[in-house]
Design a protein around this ligand. Structure first.
Ligand SMILES: [Zn+2]
Length: 114
């Protein structure tokens, strides 16, 4: 999933790079859920397509910026998406609801007569 622009600053800088590197080292550069090796390429049985394993640090509580080691897991893309599925569903639903005029009627200005 792309990182929303307002959250991108959490994924830059020395603090993030240090936390991410520690997570990767702890996991020996393997997905901590399915144990797939980062950078490994294999041919998927069901469709014969090449698949590249790409791991990254995931926030287990879905809070960007909470880079405590116990809150980070080194996950492949598939495991990361499965882990975040419910969170993505909730944030997408909230964003869609905010855009619905019936749920969020425009604020009326109060007119006072003098
Ligand atoms: Zn995995």
């Amino acid at each position: 999933m792309p990182i929303r622009p307002e959250l991108r600053h959490f994924y830059r800088g020395l603090a993030w790079n240090t936390a991410r590197a520690g997570c990767r080292e702890r996991a020996h550069d393997r997905c901590e859920h399915c144990r797939a090796k980062n950078g490994h390429v294999y041919v998927r049985e069901r469709d014969g397509r090449w698949v590249l394993i790409q791991c990254g640090a995931a926030h287990l509580n879905n809070v960007a910026g909470d880079d405590r080691p116990e809150n980070l897991a080194w996950l492949c893309r598939g495991c990361h998406l499965r882990h975040d599925r419910e969170h993505h569903h909730e944030t997408r639903a909230a964003r869609k609801d905010r855009a619905r005029p019936l749920l969020n009627p425009p604020q009326r200005e109060e007119h006072t007569s003098v």
